[in-house]
Design a protein around this ligand. Sequence first.
Ligand SMILES: Cc1ncc(C[n+]2csc(CCOP(=O)(O)OP(=O)(O)O)c2C)c(N)n1
Ligand SMILES: [Mg+2]
Length: 515
Amino acid sequence: MNGAESLVKTLVDTGVKVCFANPGTSEMHFVAALDDNPDMRCVLGLFEGVVTGAADGYARMTGMPAATLLHLGPGLGNALANLHNARRARTPMVNIVGEHATYHRQFDAPLTSDIESIARPVSAWVHTSLFAHEVARDGAEAVRVARSSPGQIATLILPADTAWDPAPAGPAAALPPTAPAPITDAAIEASATALGSGEPAMLLLNGAALTEQNLAQAGRIAAATGCRLFSDTFVGRVQRGAGVVPVERLPYFGEQVTETLTGMRHMILVGTRPPVSFFAYPGKPSQLVPEGCQVHGLAGPESDIAAALSELADRLGTPRQVAGAPAGRPQPHRGGTLVPEAIAAAIGAWLPEQAIIMDEAATSGFAIPTATAGCPPHDWLGLTGGAIGQGLPAAVGAAVACPDRKVLALEADGSGMYTLQALWTMAREQLDITVVVFSNRKYAILQVEFMRVGAHNPGPKAMSMLDLSDPDLDWVALARGMGVEASRADTVDAFNDQLQSALAGRGPRLIEAVI
Ligand SMILES: Cc1ncc(C[n+]2csc(CCOP(=O)(O)OP(=O)(O)O)c2C)c(N)n1
Ligand SMILES: [Mg+2]
């Protein structure tokens, strides 16, 4: 057995069953080892941002890390934006980054770079293997770090000779990940006192707090005390729909958050930090905890969130069960030109049971959360780190993770263009994904932000930086060129027909919604 084979076997043995890959010469022995291992699924991405975004989507849905395979510093660099999003989602992930053989580095061949420095800002753990016989143990440690609460990114750099040299001892055994941190009685007591004060209070939830089970506990707390339940604006994954305890989502703009939270006296944090404005704006506050509101840290992201919520609910003496969101679907619109509200109504009308929505719809998606609130239970994945280009790759990963569930990727046109190569992987793997591209042919949000930051009136040169027309993107041709069946809709009726047929069928489909 060589080092690469010992690593792949270790990954499989420790629960890593999928490798999203974009390989090069230095990774050839790792690629060969994948071949020998029927328990490791390999998925090719044609850009490294697709690879890491897919690994993120996969782990959000399974709770288990996928491996990525990336080519030296430049490959890792291409992958960085979606590694940033994954880090912000607290996603478990194991990156395997190929490197020149240990003895070759001194010659400064063209692909030589400081890989560890590129990896560090997005990784909780970075390590370069030095000997083939250490690779398996290093791999087990990478999986241990990735699986440690609440989920982390581990990057293992694999010099080519550590992959091809013999590793006779073979694979390494799994190492126990760090468990969620226990909750103190003092934290439960402080939160119970605040909630019992009769003053306006809220829970701010993120991470594991947004699973159906943990939301049920949060719902018990709300039923007992009248507190409101909020999530952060952008969350990795929230379970929602009929029968699930609903959460309000904090709005995007700071002043909307301030308005929403006015009068709040207690904010209890569960799996998150106090809210801050996405950007700074001249003369506007960065921190969004309202004046006079006390913040109570019940559970951090790394904490045992399930225990925190259930123990607090028990302490408050609440009923064992509370009702979730009522079932109900909107009526689809009929006739007329296509507008975002009509798209939202259609999605609400026909969203399949157990669908997975990946939301990167940006400004066009505003009506979809309300339209789908009473749909059958589904998962909602968000853009956690603000680095656009996550949606299509994460949809790939979610579909690989959950082959029996329909994935609906809601994709703004500008965001989609960063990682559109994901469409090819959808076709190659025949993934059951319906992509709706919101083709407004502009960076609409930046046109709004232009005014909000107080920049002077935009002239034609400035506006052309925020505009995607001239030429118009032809999403139908782009998708077909990568093997994905596609159609265009600019009327409500056409969109309704196309969405219904896409959701009723199986396999990848793209609808360009011209709005
Ligand atoms: C990696 C990355 N590059 C650039 C940006 C800056 N940015 C934020 S929104 C945006 C345009 C979004 O346009 P689109 O996806 O079409 O959504 P729309 O605003 O039109 O709804 C850009 C370029 C970013 N957030 N992330
Ligand atoms: Mg746009």
